[in-house]
Every structure is written in structure tokens, then in C-alpha cells.
Design a protein around this ligand. Sequence first.
Ligand code: AMP
Length: 440
Amino acid sequence: MSFDSLGLCAELLSAIATQGYTEPTPIQTEAIPVIFAGSDLLAGAQTGTGKTAAFALPIVQMLSSDPVLKKRRNPRALVLVPTRELAAQVSEQMQNYGRRLSLRSTNIYGGVNIQAQIERLHRGVDIVVATPGRLLDHAERGTINLGEIGFLVLDEADRMLDLGFIDAMLKVAEYLPPARQTLLFSATYSKNIKQLADELLDQPRRIEVVRRNIAADAVTQIVYPVERSRKRELISHLIRKGEWRQVLVFTRTRYSADKLTAELLFDGINAAPIHSNKSQSIRTRTLAEFKRGELRVLVATDVAARGLDIEQLPYVINYELPQVPENYVHRIGRTGRAKESGMALSLVCEPEKPMLAAIEKLLNYKIPRKTIDEFPVIAVKRGMKLSPAKKKRLAEPKKKPVKAAKSPASVKTTKPKRKKPVEERPAPKVGRRGARSKKF
Ligand code: AMP
């Protein structure tokens, strides 16, 4: 597929060539025709997929093709974004494409003087890229007229929800004409995103892509098949033996984040949880400690990790796999520095196998398996019941005839720490309920 076949005009093709893009990314290939066709769009795509150009190119072209409307002073396209950094980024792309077609664009966000923004809006713009709060402020003061908006883009809609912009988004929508084209981009698809889409979109087309080559990129992925009851020992073993210093661990629920944190602390590993039950000030402090290297392990839930700037870590461990495969991509995207490779490890027990299969299907990649002697995998057939004694016997490493003395570290970890029958109960109900309703 080439950019030529997407119906883009010569000016935009030249802008694309200047940027060095040779072929459209999957989100561009799929979204651009849908946008040109006039449909609303619900797109599952995260940063790094080329989503900005996917909406910016067709919008700019459609805005420029109406010579009458072109003379208007009120904005005709509005892009809502969660942060001022993203506003600046998206606005730069809009300007880059737009100026070739004589379109004016500006960005509007909070934390800066409003007067300069009022003046820019007064001079007239075609495209506004804004954070919801400050835009609403302008709408309420009457310093922006949103009555001629023909295109509304909700970019990184899931992050806008995480940051509590739902009311501001819905209020902004009240200022917009109902006859408009609305495009919603979100890295994950949750019940809340669905509700937002039901509220603001009209019979949207749905498309979904994941970041390209994530599996082959800078992240080394490994699956450790392990019994659920031995995950805690295995994680302590990996962190200590590898002498890992900055480790982000994901659990599915707040309950398991707290439980694992307590266990790691018990094992002498400095850890702290970060999830939505913690106050904002505690979260900020914990994150700062983790970034400064004072905290070895940060145990996070998906929701808590989403709003945090904790990217590019050397190690990410999935203590429990996420219920929805896209969140795996999210999680492991936190590792992999620019030139160094990152490690994303997943501790996977038997009941999680279907989740692993779904993740591998999404990635189109079979993640390499690894076992360590101290943590053998017990092949238990579905429905097979084992007595605690048999389970213990199976869990013990096979005795080899003559074995060289083990290193003190590995001897230590082979000792079963808990003699009690292992936890075989399913994950707590709150977790599963939480996963369905809150995690995405
Ligand atoms: P985005 O997902 O919009 O944040 O884009 C991520 C990065 O991909 C940006 O640095 C873009 O400049 C780049 N990009 C967007 N489209 C293409 C393309 N077709 N080919 C190569 N790079 C692209």
C-alpha cells in the first residue's frame, strides 16, 4: 500500500515525503479511507502507531477543499488531547500539513496565560488542538465559537478519562453542532470508552491496530510457566539473582498489588504499590522514589500505571497477565530504552494460559518460554486433582545422581518457604469484577 492510493492531494504527499515516510502505517491505511468516507471512527491505536497523521492528513485535506468555508474565522476542526505535551505535538503536525494548504491551527491548554490564546482565536483559526479544561474555559467565556466544528477528534481518549476529563469533554460536546464527524482514538477499549463512544459517536466504524513490531523491537519477552503458588518465590528469586534495580511489576488487582508488595518486603526487597486506592500525594511520592532509584520495585495495576510517566524501564514483570491482551502491549511498552534492550517477563500459571494465547494471537508472536531448575513446571491436566503431598513431591526439583554443590543463593530459593497447602483458589472475585469494569 502506498500513500498515493489513499487519495491524498499533491501538497500532502509532498509533506509526507519531506518527513521521510515511505508507506502508510496500518492505522493510516485503515483510518484514512474511513475518514474520507465521512464515517465516525472508533480506533484502537496507541502512540507510536502513526495515529496523528492518520487523522490529521484527511482532516486537513477535507478542510482545505471547501473554498467558502475556508474564509471563515471560527474553527472547523477540534482535537481534544489529554496533556499539553500531546497538544504541542499534534498541533505541530497539524501546522506542518495545514500550512501547505493555507490552513491555520493553534493549540490551547491550561497553565499558561489565557490572553494570548484569546488573541490568537480572535484572529481566526481553522484547527484547534486543546486540552478539555482550558477549552471549556474559553467556550464558557465566549472567547471561542465552537458552532462550526465539523470534525471532532478525541485523541488518547482513555488517558483523558483516566485524568478525569469526562465532564469537561461532555460539556465541550454540548457547544458543538450535532452534524459533525467524530473520531475517537484510544489505546485500550473499556466499558467507559464504550459509554463515551455511545454518547459522542454516531454509528462509528471500528478499527484496531497494535504498535508495529513490538515483539521484535527492543523488548526481550520471556514467559516463565510457573505454579500460581510459587510466583512469589520466583519473582523474588529473579529480582535478587539478577540484581535488578528498577523493576515495574504488574498485578491485575489492587488486592494482589498490596499482597505482593508485603511479600516482597518480607523477602527483603524494597517495594511499594501504586494503585487507585492510594492518594495522589502518596502516588506522586512513590513514583518519585522509584524514579530516583530509591525504590527497587514498583507494583502497579494497569489503571494506576496508565496515567504515570514511567516509561523506558529496564525490567517489566507481569506477575499476573492482564485480562485484555492490549494491556500487555501497554505494559511491556514501558520497557526498552532507546538503544538498550528491555526485558518483559511474564509469570504464567495454568489458569492464565488462555490469556497468554490471546496475547500471542494479538502480537502474532509466540513468546519464548523459560524454566529454571528451582521452579519446575508441573503438568497438571485440566480438572486433575492432586493431593497436597503429591503436589509437593512434584514441585521438588528432580534429584540428580551426583550434583555439584549449589550456590548459596539457589540453595536458599529451593527451600519451600511455605509448607501450608498452596493457594489453589481462583483469583479473588473483586479482581475479576474489577478487571471487567475498571481495567480498560
Ligand atoms: P504517532 O503514533 O502519531 O505519535 O506517531 C509516532 C511516530 O511515527 C511519529 O514520530 C511519526 O512521525 C512517525 N510516523 C507517522 N507515520 C509514519 C509513517 N507512515 N512512516 C514512518 N513513520 C511515521
